[in-house]
Ligand binder design. Structure first.
Ligand SMILES: *[C@@H]1O[C@H](CO)[C@@H](O)[C@H](O)[C@H]1NC(C)=O
Ligand SMILES: *[C@@H]1O[C@H](CO)[C@@H](O)[C@H](O)[C@H]1NC(C)=O
Length: 221
């Protein structure tokens, strides 16, 4: 027979277990990657039926990405890859690059406004990435957003106000978050990271142009 004291203990245990279960459910919901409303990634060229498809995971203000991008963009724009290669960029703002998420968010606004201008924006931010790291120490969040808005206008011609309005748009915020979550989901933990035909190629972050060409040449035959 359960005594009153035991019964009360049993109930309080039950209640705390239920609370923990509810908390876990809430947490797992906020961690879950919702089914996106469209394919993820900023498609730079080709499509997913191309002979070779590269998913490139970049952080907008990462020095390694900034160093890699000029060469990688040359690789993918070579004539022999035309109509055979597809490339999507996924933005993975690393938490220790404090202002990086706002770069990703502005990028979503640019993609929504005019997809063909995204590369100009990404290239420009890579060229000026340190303005958003050491050059942004002590800036408030609105000042950082303003800085990205001006950079976006300079690089794409899209008005700074459009980017600032984008920072109030939940849909663009969600897309930037989904990109981050998707990278986690694919086990990406640093940038740049490349997947070729859906499989990670860890060594590709160190490839030079010749190594990329030899790698892609083997796949394309
Ligand atoms: C996808 O790419 C292939 C190869 O370049 C092309 O033939 C096809 O038209 C493209 N499909 C779409 C929907 O753009
Ligand atoms: C997008 O930008 C390109 C130039 O980069 C321009 O030719 C095109 O008209 C623009 N599209 C829209 C919808 O503004």
């Amino acid at each position: 027979m359960i005594s009153i004291a035991n019964y009360q203990f049993y109930c309080s245990q039950l209640v705390s277990r239920m609370i923990i279960l509810l908390l876990l459910t809430a947490l797992s919901l906020s961690y879950a990657l919702q089914t996106p409303e469209r394919q993820l990634g900023h498609l730079l060229m080709g499509n997913r039926t191309s002979d070779v498809f590269i998913d490139a995971f970049f952080d907008n203000i990462c020095s390694d990405c900034a160093a890699d991008w000029p060469m990688f963009s040359k690789v993918i724009s070579q004539d022999y890859l035309k109509n055979r290669l597809g490339v999507a960029v996924h933005i993975f703002p690393l938490p220790y690059h404090h202002n990086s998420f706002f770069a990703a968010w502005a990028g979503e606004t640019i993609m929504h406004t005019n997809t063909s201008k995204y590369t100009n924006y990404m290239t420009y931010i890579f060229q000026h990435y340190d303005d958003f790291i050491t050059g942004a120490v002590g800036l408030t969040e609105p000042q950082v957003k303003q800085k990205y808005a001006i950079a976006a206008e300079t690089s794409t011609g899209i008005k700074a106000q459009v980017i600032l309005n984008g920072y109030r748009n939940i849909q663009f915020d969600t897309r930037a978050r989904q990109a981050w979550k998707y990278a986690c989901y694919r086990d990406v933990s640093g940038t740049p990271t490349f997947f070729v035909n859906d499989v990670a190629v860890p060594e590709a972050s160190g490839f030079d142009m010749e190594q990329w060409n030899s790698f892609l040449g083997k796949i394309l035959g």
